[in-house]
Design a protein around this ligand. Structure first.
Ligand code: IPE
Ligand code: IPE
Ligand code: MG
Length: 245
């Protein structure tokens, strides 16, 4: 499931592409700071980059994309910044909902119940309305943390065991995977993190166990389709062994 044959005849793109790309959309704040602007402007530009990259990935035929929108740790930010991000999320959800693309399924993963109702109900509606679309699946990691997700899965599994519905010796890696928010989706093949930070920051830690990583100093609002091409070319040259020889 890891690799996919290129869908379009795009010169410059490698023949094999990742099935699932995870984007850690980082560097919005620094983008704004460099221009002497408040951080919120960086998030606005980051939103534009998201739309540009999503559109391009759909054109070239990548079937699964995950975007790190808001982490379980991002609540540490100022109230003003959080409110600005929530406002952008609301505007975006309204925009997509009013122009639904038949091919795109949207799934929010993370504890969305922590968001104000006006956000969680919009997200739920978008998920419900697009659940049968299957050309491209977009996972929005919202109030998402990999440790939180694994803890949540452990709790569900423990409840089954406590009720006598599952024996501890029957718990396999597959059981854990089936209790993650991503149960029905493939693992991540390629993680792209712009902004020069060389870390995962709690992003899909289970699902990225065998992903390839691509880091660049470009800040997310500046991330272009050419930058994505570079990442895809780099990915195509990697030797993935998954522990084999
Ligand atoms: C990523 O950009 C967006 C979110 C975390 C919501 P940042 O806001 O982290 O940008 P920097 O890292 O401060 O530049
Ligand atoms: C990761 O970026 C979270 C998102 C992109 C939503 P952060 O900016 O929060 O990560 P750290 O703090 O640099 O690790
Ligand atoms: Mg950051």
């Amino acid at each position: 499931m890891a690799l996919l044959k290129k869908k379009v005849d795009a010169p410059g793109l490698p023949e094999v592409l990742p099935t699932h790309i995870g984007f850690i959309m980082d560097g919005n704040g620094r983008w704004a700071k460099k221009r002497g602007l408040p951080r919120g402007y960086g998030h606005v530009e980051g939103g534009k980059a998201f739309k540009r990259i999503m559109k391009y990935c759909k054109e070239i035929g990548i079937p699964y994309l995950s975007f790190y929108v808001f982490s379980t740790e991002n609540w540490k930010r100022s109230e003003q910044e959080i409110q600005g991000i929530l406002k952008l999320m609301t505007e975006y959800l309204d925009e997509v909902q009013s122009h639904l693309d038949e091919g795109i399924r949207y799934v929010a993963i993370g504890d969305i119940s922590a968001f104000p109702d006006y956000i969680s109900t919009r997200m739920q509606k978008l998920m419900d309305d697009t659940k049968d679309c299957d050309e491209l699946t977009i996972l929005f990691c919202c109030n998402y943390g990999g440790r939180h997700e694994i803890t949540h899965a452990a709790r569900e599994i423990a409840e089954l065991a406590a009720r006598g519905e599952l024996s501890p010796e029957d718990i396999t890696e597959d059981t854990v995977a089936q209790h993650l928010y991503t149960a029905e989706f493939p693992d991540v093949d390629l993680v792209i993190r712009p902004s020069g930070e060389l870390r995962l920051s709690n992003f899909l830690i289970w699902q990225c166990a065998y992903a390839e990583y691509y880091f660049t100093n470009v800040l997310w609002p500046d991330f272009s389709t050419e930058d994505l091409d570079k990442a895809l070319i780099d990915f195509a040259g990697r030797g993935r062994r998954f522990g084999g020889a």
